[in-house]
Design a protein around this ligand. Structure first.
Ligand code: DOR
Ligand code: ZN
Length: 420
């Protein structure tokens, strides 16, 4: 199959030409390619499928909020062809090899998009972590209670994991330091809570992680301020990520969103949000931290933190490209090639000969509005409902097969494969 006359987003430039793929792989990229089957993409862009390195699909343990099927359909609808799923907190927690293998089986049966799994660190699962090195993409560690009780609370345990886990793969850290969060933070109203659970708690955790890492690969999840990014990026072995909600929302939005905007780490002040956009050149990746919770949970007094995002992340960033905030080439580095590179997914993230034919056909000129009824996540809401977007994903191709077209899913659960 040949896609003709497209604007093809390569690693460092946009190439006007054709893309040919065969048996699920990209075969040729060039001018005037000839072959039997062709489709014209004149006027449209071809982007690599996005790779989201940070999603919580809640399967097993929280399938009333999301499961591998609903989460992966939401991913495809949002142009994400590969997800990396964070450890489940229960059902059982992804902190043993047995649980990891059971989750791999579950993803294989239910996922529509390609996937890799992250493993969870606990105070004492060192033997399991050592064995997990081959099977997972990264090791997730929490410095706060945010991660369903998976908190690492002693220096000894942190250091032991840093030494034990596969050196070629990153340890991913939720850096909010519990000791630096006021004890009453969770009793406060949304905007006071956001201020109390400060960026300082992130700075303390990032410093601790980077120093204890002693040169090993580390990945700082969801940095929220320019200062955190500068600190993390002053260490050559450390990569970092920013979420769309920290780029597009601030404490100001909590007035309307209430607990629907409650997340860890929290939204920051408007000035800090704006400053994040000036760091798009120094961060490594954008990842959604897709953390769905039901409406019922979000409307309760002790609402859990987390916002969904896997389906809206790319449309929001395409809109930012149209607003002149970054180039399409940079967007694809942040959301496709770099996440694949950091987590060792060799066939993903780039339009190049030999890579998996995972790509999106995008109309950059189409304006549209996000409607709640069009969302695919089981949670059924998004803080970005009613947002005006510009840049529409027309078609999503995964390993050479059209998986999503014009709002319709064209493949079945189980099509998704483990990405390595
Ligand atoms: O807001 C958050 N929600 N932060 C986390 O660290 C966990 C996540 C979740 O799993 O709901
Ligand atoms: Zn997360």
């Amino acid at each position: 199959m040949i896609i003709k006359d497209a604007k093809i987003v390569l690693r460092n430039r946009i190439f006007d030409g054709d893309l040919q793929y065969e048996r699920g792989k990209i075969k040729r990229i060039g001018k005037n390619l000839s072959g039997d089957e062709k489709i014209s993409a004149s006027g449209h862009y071809i982007l690599p499928g996005a790779v989201d390195a940070h999603v919580h699909f809640r399967d097993p343990g929280g399938t009333q909020k999301e499961d591998f099927e609903s989460g992966s359909i939401a991913a495809l609808a949002g142009g994400v062809t590969t997800v990396m799923d964070m450890p489940s907190y229960s059902g059982p927690a992804t902190t043993t090899i047995k649980a990891l293998k059971a989750k791999l089986k579950l993803a294989k049966e239910k996922s529509c998009c390609d996937y890799a799994l992250h493993f969870g660190a606990t105070q004492n699962n060192f033997k399991e972590v050592k064995k997990a090195g081959k099977l997972c993409a990264g090791l997730k560690m929490f410095f706060s209670k945010s991660g369903g009780g998976m908190q690492l609370s002693t220096r000894k345990a942190i250091e032991k994991h840093f030494e034990t886990f596969n050196r070629k793969k990153p340890v991913i850290i939720h850096c909010e330091e519990e000791e630096a969060i006021p004890e009453n933070a969770e009793e406060l109203a949304p905007s006071e809570r956001a201020t109390a659970r400060s960026a300082r708690a992130m700075m303390v955790g990032i410093s601790k992680a980077c120093i204890l890492a002693n040169g090993r690969k580390l990945h700082v999840a969801h940095a929220t301020t320019a200062e955190e990014i500068d600190l993390a990026k002053s260490f050559p072995n450390v990569t970092c990520e920013v979420t769309p909600h920290h780029l597009f929302l601030s404490i100001k939005d909590l007035e309307l969103l209430g607990n629907y905007g409650k997340t860890n780490p929290p939204l920051r002040r408007e000035a800090e949000r704006l400053a994040l956009w000036n760091r798009l050149d120094s961060i490594d990746i954008i990842a959604s931290d897709h953390a769905p919770h039901t409406r019922k949970e979000k409307e309760s007094v002790s609402a859990p933190p987390g916002v969904p995002g896997v389906e809206t992340m790319l449309p929001l960033m395409l809109t930012a490209v149209n607003d002149g905030k970054l180039s399409l080439v940079r967007l694809c580095q942040l959301m496709c090639s770099r996440p694949a590179e950091i987590f060792g997914l060799k066939k993903k993230g780039e339009l190049a000969v030999g890579k998996d034919a995972d790509f999106l056909i995008v109309d950059m000129n189409e304006s549209w509005r996000l409607h709640e009824e069009d969302l695919h996540s089981k949670c059924g809401w998004s803080p970005f409902v009613n947002y005006g977007m510009k840049g529409k994903i027309r078609s999503v191709v995964l390993r050479g097969k059209e998986a999503y077209y014009d709002g319709k899913l064209l493949i079945k659960p189980g099509y998704g494969k483990l990405a390595r």
